[in-house]
Design a protein around this ligand. Structure first.
Ligand code: 13P
Ligand code: SF4
Length: 368
């Protein structure tokens, strides 16, 4: 990309006036715009969003639920996605042409999604085809770029989320004898392990070195895990688990499957953000939980359950920094631009990319 084009695609910066507004003014402005736009506006909010934002969400959910809701909504012309870039891209792919999707801060990416780019994926695929022939189906976690989803869709594969990964991995094995799981090695490993695939049957694809990491005969490989991870969930460790077990022997540990295999193996339960929320809701007053997921969600669960003893599995965790980029000033700035008729921060996936990405997403939605 040349320099001028690059400068052109730089995210716009929040104007000073929004930094100067008080919380009360910002909140009043959101209410005013929501009332003005009514059903024309839909604000989906992921569970990891800050409270100051989530209070204005029309629907909250995990990435599967938000994808389903985006696909179902035919009314709203403006979808202001409070989540991260790949979620807004997914919404754009699944919505109709007359609907526009916005991300209040274009810098709200996902470090895991950035760990697989399309060029690395194409190179990997060529090498894997040489090694294994036409025996592999690609699956990608929704936490990936639209280009990766498109590649996967074009090659007969599907997307997965943390709440349907098991179902999708089983589905993949009905199509081909092996699978390539992008870009989260931990979700891939935890899911494959849960359906009975041994760790010794899983290889790793290293996209930096462009090579397969595996010891043993290649015919034993069933799952190829892309060497990516979530920089938030990798911070939950076996040491954290031992510390909680020692200090609170009766406490249950529940983690997101983006955590490392060793942590998931030692936890009592593992599942998507929705699964975690529901498990804690269903538990009786007085129960005790250590949660291994993003901090905004953990703090919200703690606040909503004053009758339970709930802590973060790692007491030194920070929130997901990119999720946190969506704040009240950015939300108001985005909404203002819509009512002023000069919208910015529009997420528009290229039509050809979207066509194949939609195949991958629809294969998942059909199974969910
Ligand atoms: P969920 O699918 O559980 O919402 O998780 C999305 C995510 O980004 C977790 O890090
Ligand atoms: Fe991405 Fe991890 Fe943040 Fe989820 S928590 S959006 S996987 S960086």
């Amino acid at each position: 990309m040349d320099l001028l084009k690059m400068l052109d695609t730089r995210p716009l910066e929040l104007p000073e006036q929004y930094r100067k507004m008080s919380i009360e003014e910002l909140e009043a402005r959101v209410r005013e715009i929501k009332a003005e736009l009514g059903d024309q506006l839909f604000i989906p909010g992921h569970h990891y969003q800050k409270d100051e934002v989530i209070q204005f969400a029309d629907a909250t959910g995990d990435s599967l639920k938000l994808a389903q809701l985006s696909a179902e909504n035919q009314l709203a012309e403006h979808i202001v996605f409070c989540g991260v870039h790949f979620m807004a891209e997914t919404a754009d792919i699944l919505t109709k042409d007359y609907q526009k999707v916005y991300l209040p801060d274009m810098r709200a990416g996902c470090s895991m999604a950035d760990m697989a780019d399309i060029y690395q994926t194409e190179r990997a695929w060529t090498k894997l085809m040489d090694l294994f022939g036409d025996t592999i189906l690609p699956l990608t976690y929704v936490n990936s770029t639209a280009a990766i989803k498109s590649f996967v869709g074009e090659h007969g594969g599907a997307t997965v989320t943390s709440s349907n990964a098991e179902k999708m991995v089983r589905w993949a094995f009905e199509q081909k004898e092996r699978l390539l799981f992008l870009p989260d090695q931990h979700l891939g490993r935890n899911t494959a392990f849960n359906i009975g695939i041994g760790l010794e049957e899983m290889a790793i694809w290293n996209p930096i070195k462009d090579e397969l990491e595996f010891e043993g005969p290649l015919e034993n490989v069933k799952v190829i895990l892309w060497k990516g991870h979530c920089s938030v969930h990798e911070n939950f460790t076996v040491v954290n688990v031992h510390e909680v077990r020692e200090k609170y022997p009766d406490m249950k540990i529940i983690v997101h499957p983006e955590c490392r295999r060793e942590v998931v193996a030692l936890a009592d339960l593992a599942g998507s953000t929705n699964y975690i929320i529901e498990a804690i809701y269903a538990s009786p007053a007085g129960s005790a939980w250590a949660i291994g997921t993003e901090q905004n969600l953990v703090k919200r669960i703690i606040k909503e359950h004053p009758d339970k003893h709930i802590i973060s599995l790692n007491p030194h965790m920070c929130p997901c920094l990119t999720m946190n980029r969506i704040d009240l000033p950015h939300l108001v700035w985005c909404l203002d631009s819509i009512v002023q008729g000069e919208p910015h921060n529009v997420i528009e996936v290229d039509a050809i990319v979207a066509e194949n990405a939609k195949k991958a997403l629809n294969r998942m939605l059909a199974q969910s």
